[in-house]
Design a protein around this ligand. Structure first.
Ligand code: FAD
Length: 378
């Protein structure tokens, strides 16, 4: 009971920041969150929540709400880009629930974000606070924001994404690696496809590029796709940067007619440069620590970036609550020891981009239980 009544300061109200805030508050630990955006926006993107992620969301009390809104696919297919031949047909649905004790879900990322935000009171999220500088003090950290304001943090969590300022302060300058690739992605109304029928979730594998297409809503009225293709001169990493529809369609010329139908039907698209980073030597220094994309950004090829941020959040909340450690630095060391082997493996496997292309046993990914992982450490 050493952390109840103390406050943890979180930079970043993304998936990981909100999940950690909710998990800590469930355990009676106070939180303040500082977010650079002036408000939350529902930016067009789908997200796949595999059973390992759904177990975390269940522990936060969100499972019913997600089931009521989101799409539960029956299959996850891999197909050749031009012939459409199936190279792997993984059955999801009830079989997945029986095997892993939790469903596989596809949903709008904005809905997930909104559900997580709903777990945290408005007054602890400080919008329009872009962290610009951190000063080490004997009793913690002095944080400076772009609007000229400052605040004090005794214990600091950097959950500020792939270009993390907290990471830079803890570990020095080292830019994430631009992969020379970009992703188009968008959600759009499924009726724009007309009579074309598509499967629940398909990854179309080309020689040097791919596209993933799936439904995001329970009643199949919204479609999502995300791509990856070589693009050496596009380095903008923003959820809202627009992409050119004709350039995108040209990049996937020759793909199967089902892919062409989806690309032709979509009315607008966003474009996002792809970055990654090798596993870091350490995630924490003193009473400050990283979590999620700030310490283990991965290419989105296994759909495990947000899932691993959610896992991090539950494991760390359990470490604060259950290890009986008063010193934040010790809590962070235990957290990193518990999590880094798995996130490093996910980073590497995402980089390889072969997961599920052919028959694959995904037990090590989907079977992970963050709650048990934390308890096992005691
Ligand atoms: C195309 C694409 C598809 C993806 N699909 C999936 C998927 O299907 N499943 C999956 O699990 N993952 C997916 N991911 C990965 C997933 O989106 C990320 O891994 C996840 O969002 C990481 O969470 P996070 O909280 O660490 O960072 P983020 O969610 O990026 O949150 C970081 C937050 O910090 C804020 N911030 C940044 N800098 C500052 C600052 N200086 N001061 C204050 N606030 C700041 C940001 O505004 C943001 O709110 C995908 C990623 C991409 C690019």
């Amino acid at each position: 009971m050493t952390w109840q009544g103390r406050t943890i300061t979180i930079i970043g109200a993304g998936i990981g920041g909100l999940a950690l805030a909710a998990a800590l508050r469930q355990r009676g630990i106070d939180v303040e969150i500082y977010e650079q955006a002036s408000a939350f926006a529902r930016v067009g993107s789908g997200i796949q929540m595999s059973p390992n992620a759904m177990r975390v969301l269940r522990s936060l009390g969100l499972e019913e709400r997600i089931r009521a809104n989101a799409f539960q696919p029956q299959t996850w297919d891999s197909r050749d880009w031009d012939t459409g031949d199936y190279t792997n047909r993984a059955k999801l649905g009830e079989g997945t629930e029986e095997r892993y004790g939790a469903p596989y879900i596809q949903m709008h990322r904005g809905d997930l974000h909104e559900f997580l935000a709903g777990l945290v009171p408005d007054e602890i999220i400080h919008f329009g606070k872009k962290l610009t500088h951190i000063e080490d003090r004997a009793d913690g950290y002095r944080l400076s924001f772009a609007d000229g304001s400052t605040t004090h943090a005794e214990t600091l969590m950097g959950i500020d994404g792939v270009h993390s300022i907290v990471r830079q302060h803890l570990l020095g300058d080292e830019a994430p690696r631009f992969m020379g690739r970009a992703a188009y992605r968008t959600t759009f109304p499924a009726h724009l496809l007309g009579d074309v029928k598509i499967d629940d979730n398909t990854k179309w594998w080309g020689p040097d590029r791919h596209i993933v297409i799936y439904y995001t809503t329970k009643n199949r009225d919204e479609l999502y796709f995300t791509t990856s293709q070589p693009e050496t001169d596009w380095t903008t990493e923003s959820w809202s940067a627009g992409g050119d529809l004709e350039e995108m369609r040209a990049a996937f010329a020759g793909f199967h007619p089902e892919v062409q139908a989806v690309l032709n039907a979509c009315p607008r698209v966003n474009k996002w440069a792809l970055f990654e980073r090798d596993p870091l030597p350490t995630w924490s220094k003193g009473n400050a620590c990283l979590l999620g994309d700030s310490c283990h950004p991965m290419l989105p090829y296994m759909a495990q970036g947000a899932a691993s941020s959610l896992e991090d959040a539950l494991v760390l909340a359990c470490c604060f609550d259950e290890l009986g450690l008063e010193d934040a630095a010790e809590v962070f060391q235990r957290f990193e020891a518990l999590r880094k082997p798995r996130t490093s493996e996910l980073q590497l496997t995402s980089h390889q981009n072969t997961f599920m292309q052919r028959r694959t046993n995904p037990d090590w990914v989907y079977g992970y239980d963050a709650r048990t992982a934390a308890l096992d450490s005691e």
